[in-house]
Design a protein around this ligand. Structure first.
Ligand code: NDP
Ligand code: DGU
Length: 308
């Protein structure tokens, strides 16, 4: 394992590497998505990544599963237990009787017996039938198919709602988080409730259809990176680490994968942290796709509990 420290998850006592490898990527016409993803994961394992993030939505569960099988056969890892694997339950399956079949499909895709962490991908389902859904997720944990349950894209009020109905509290909340969207209110609220924040799009998802270059082109971050002799990406990842946030960062490029791990043997100064603290804030991933007249959320304010 590289120099990436672990944190210990509440309830299960699991160890989770504080840098996770994201696998959401856009399927490029004509490219071999499966092979590109599988080879990227194998390269990541060779470089020291041990925490992998996927989702039913991404189509990356199967290549990730294949890469794990190959990594074991090549001796890159001795056991599956060296890895921390997260997948996510998509909105269309987030209803009582659909949860277990959806999880079993993810496990088949991944060729795994259990997930370390299973996230509710979006808080869409809960608008309708909360109780059945909660019971199903907790049944999956009791069956040993998941070690921990988490949330994703839950703003404060929605986290509070779920805490009011669950018997087993979620251990993480995976949300968009980077220096231009620092989620201060949500971070404080989750901290008080013992929930770890995982940052997705820690680099602003530069180069993807759901992101932009606004983080990587931020003048304050470029200035700090220049002074430190680091890249903007490394400043973003180091900042999140110093904020106590787990980062889930995606790169399918070997050099940038390596660069993204090189954030542990240096730190940001108090002045640099203050400069980042004062960067103007706005949400990057608005997720308009989840807002509609006849959907569970009619406005972005409703989806994000006003945190936009
Ligand atoms: N729960 C949710 O709703 C969501 C979860 N996620 C998860 O979070 C992961 C990461 O977030 P994501 O939205 O992908 O965005 P990131 O902020 O991780 O950015 C990914 C992009 O940054 C580029 N990149 C990576 N490293 C560097 C670097 N050092 N320098 C310059 N560019 C770099 C990558 O290109 P290249 O590959 O060419 O290096 C890629 O285009 C996803 O893969 C997914 O697993 C993402 C969105 C939503
Ligand atoms: O549909 C809107 C967006 O694509 C959203 O679904 C994705 O960003 C997804 O949450 C992910 O995890 O990447």
């Amino acid at each position: 394992m590289g120099s990436i420290p672990d944190c210990v998850l509440r309830w299960s006592g699991q160890r989770m590497p504080v840098v996770g490898f994201g696998t959401a990527s856009e399927i490029v016409e004509g490219s071999d998505f499966f092979t590109v993803t599988k080879q990227a994961v194998l390269q990541a394992i060779k470089l020291g990544y041990r925490h992998f993030d996927t989702a039913s939505l991404y189509g990356s569960e199967q290549p990730l599963g294949e890469a794990i099988v190959e990594a074991l056969s090549l001796g890159l890892i001795k056991s599956r237990n060296e890895l921390f694997i997260t997948s996510k339950l998509w909105c269309t399956q987030a209803y009582g009787d659909l949860v277990l079949p959806a999880l079993k499909t993810s496990l088949q895709n991944l060729k795994l017996d259990y997930l370390d962490l299973y996230l509710i991908h979006w808080p869409i389902c809960l608008k309708q039938r909360k109780e059945g859904f909660r019971a199903a997720m907790e049944d999956c944990q009791r069956l040993g198919l998941i070690k921990s349950i988490g949330l994703s894209n839950f703003a404060c009020k929605k986290v509070a709602d779920i805490l009011s109905i669950v018997k087993i509290p979620p251990v993480v909340n995976q949300v968009e988080l980077n220096p231009l969207w620092q989620q201060k209110k949500l971070k404080d609220f989750c901290h008080v409730n013992g929930i770890l924040l995982q940052a997705y799009s820690p680099l602003g998802a530069v180069g993807t259809k759901w992101g932009s270059n606004r983080v990587m082109e931020c003048e304050v971050l470029k200035e700090i990176a220049k002074v430190k002799g680091k890249t903007v990406a490394q400043v973003c990842l180091r900042w999140a680490y110093e904020e106590g946030v787990i980062v889930i960062v995606k790169s399918f490029n070997a050099e940038r994968m390596k660069q993204n791990l090189e954030i542990m043997d240096w730190s940001l100064s108090e002045d640099e942290l203050k400069m980042i603290q004062h960067i103007p804030q706005s949400r990057g991933v608005q997720a308009e796709a989840f807002v509609s007249e006849n959907g569970p959320f009619k406005t972005l304010e409703e989806l994000w509990d006003g945190e936009i």
